[in-house]
Design a protein around this ligand. Sequence first.
Ligand code: SF4
Ligand code: SF4
Length: 311
Amino acid sequence: MRDKIIEIAKANGADIVGFAPISRFSADNPIYKIMPETKTVIGLGFRILRGIYRGIEEGSTYYQYTTMAVENMEETIMPMAQLKVAMHMEENGYLALPQRRHQQIMAEHNSTNPEVAYDAVYRDKPQEVQLDFLDTAVKCGLGEKGLHNVLLTDEFGPMVRYCFILTDAELGETEEYKPHLCDKCGKCVEGCPGRAIDENGNVDQWQCAVYYNGANGTKNPFMPPEAFEGFDNRLEIIAGEAKVTPETAREILDKIYFYPPAQHAYQCSICGRACDMACYMHLEEKGVLTKKFKTPFRKREEWKFSVDDFK
Ligand code: SF4
Ligand code: SF4
C-alpha cells in the first residue's frame, strides 16, 4: 500500500512523500478534531519551478509565479495528486481525507493571507479547523523549519508547496529531519522588500501582504511615479520602510493594482517571495541542496530602482 501511494503521488506531480504516524501528534493537535480515526498523515511535497522565480529575479516576468507556482499548484496539481491517492485508499477500504490550505478561510480574527485579496478572506471561522501546515510537514519528514517559518527541503530548499492526506491506514513512518539546512544566516530577513520578517523569523502577515503585492517601488517595474498619491508617508511605503497596521495595510492594498489577480482571489506576487529566493541562493551557494543546476540562480548583480524616481 505504502509503495503504491508513493507511486501514485509521484505519477501525479509530487516530488516528496512522507508518512507521520499519529503518535507524533500531541493530544491537542487539530488532527483529532478533523478526523479522530487518523492513524497516519501522508505528506506530499511539490517543487516550485526554479525558472519561475528567475523571472522575478530578473524583473522580466511576474505573472508566471502567481499562476504557475501558486494558483495552479494549489488549485490543480496538488488536489489532483491528493485525490488520486485518496481514491486509491478508498478502493482498498480505508478512510482518506485530503487537507489543503484554506486560502480564504481563517480562524484568526484579524490576520490575512498575503497570497489572496484581503477582502476575500473569511475570518473568525473557528469551526473550520486547519492543521498547522509547517509543523505537520516537519512531522511527515518532508523537510525542516527554516528561520522565517518556511519548510526547507534537501532537494529544493524553500521552493516547495505541500499538502496532506489523513488516513486510518497504518503506513509506517518517514524519519524526521535532524535540522541541518537553516544556519540562521538571516538572509531571508534581509531579503524581504518590506521588512515583514523580524529577527526571530516571525512574519507580520499584513506587512507581508502589502509588500508581497508590490508596494516597494524600488523592486517593482510596474509602479507609476505618482504611486500612493495622498499618503503622507508615500516615500516610506515605496522604500519598503513603512510600518503598517491592519488598517493602514488595507488602505495601501486598496491602491495597489499592478496586474489582474488570478482566479480564486490570488493576488499577483511582485516580491516573488524574495525571502525564499534569498534563502535558496544561500543554500545553493553553500552547496547543501541535493538538486543541482548547471548555473547559479543569480546571474548578475541585483537590480533596483531609486526612491528618487518617485519624488
Ligand atoms: S535564509 Fe538563512 S536564516 Fe533564513 S531560513 Fe534560510 S538558512 Fe535559515
Ligand atoms: S519577501 Fe515577500 S513573501 Fe517574503 S515576507 Fe517579504 S513580502 Fe512576504
